[in-house]
Ligand binder design. Sequence first.
Ligand SMILES: [Zn+2]
Length: 252
Amino acid sequence: MVTATFRFYEELNDFLAPKRRKQEFTVPCARAATTKHMIEALGVPHTEVELVLVNGESADFNRQLQDGDRVAVYPRFEALDVTPLLRVREHPLREPRFVADAHLGGLAHMLRMLGFDTLYDNHFHDDAIVVAAEREHRIVLTRDRELLKRRAVTHGCYVHALKSEEQLREIVERLDLARSAKPFTLCLHCNVPLRPVDKASVLDRLPPKVREHYERFSTCDACGRVYWEGSHWRNMRRMLDDLLPGGEGDGT
Ligand SMILES: [Zn+2]
């Protein structure tokens, strides 16, 4: 029988049974088990793993485990530069696009607020999420680790935080999104680009006070909503400034 010794690092420990956290442990492996099989069998979705070392050398997910192998499993590194090592996932997604599961509506709206294309529908079933992720190269956002274990899901993030603002902060940091944010360029409801419009062309759709106080407007061609830089906007702006220190901003 093949047995291998595992050690998981940092937040990957959250997925393990308590007695296996932050220490080495030895387990029997199924016949011809790969690193990916065993990592997921132990409870960790493959999407959360950035680097696997087997006996000190980087290995991919298809590596078959041999008796006595020592396996170290790492999440995304914060400080240590791992670029010279072979990572388990060869192609990072250049332009981050997302599909959020049905429980993450708040997070989905905030990602749209930052200008990130994010599919979300509170009737989404897991199968639809997997299809969207695969077909449109979207990163799956979920708190359901079983969803992240699906083979077709190559890029995903397990969302640890419970409150949407903290979830946004977590995802922005993990994926280093601050620099590519384009705040207030997408309709929060339709996830389509907003188009700047002349005040005159939307005048009849504006409440009197807005007509009086604001000059810059944009509209969504899908739902016809008109956006302006009102108090809601300013509140979001404040939250974004806090989240994106030195970020690009939207020029307002
Ligand atoms: Zn819209």
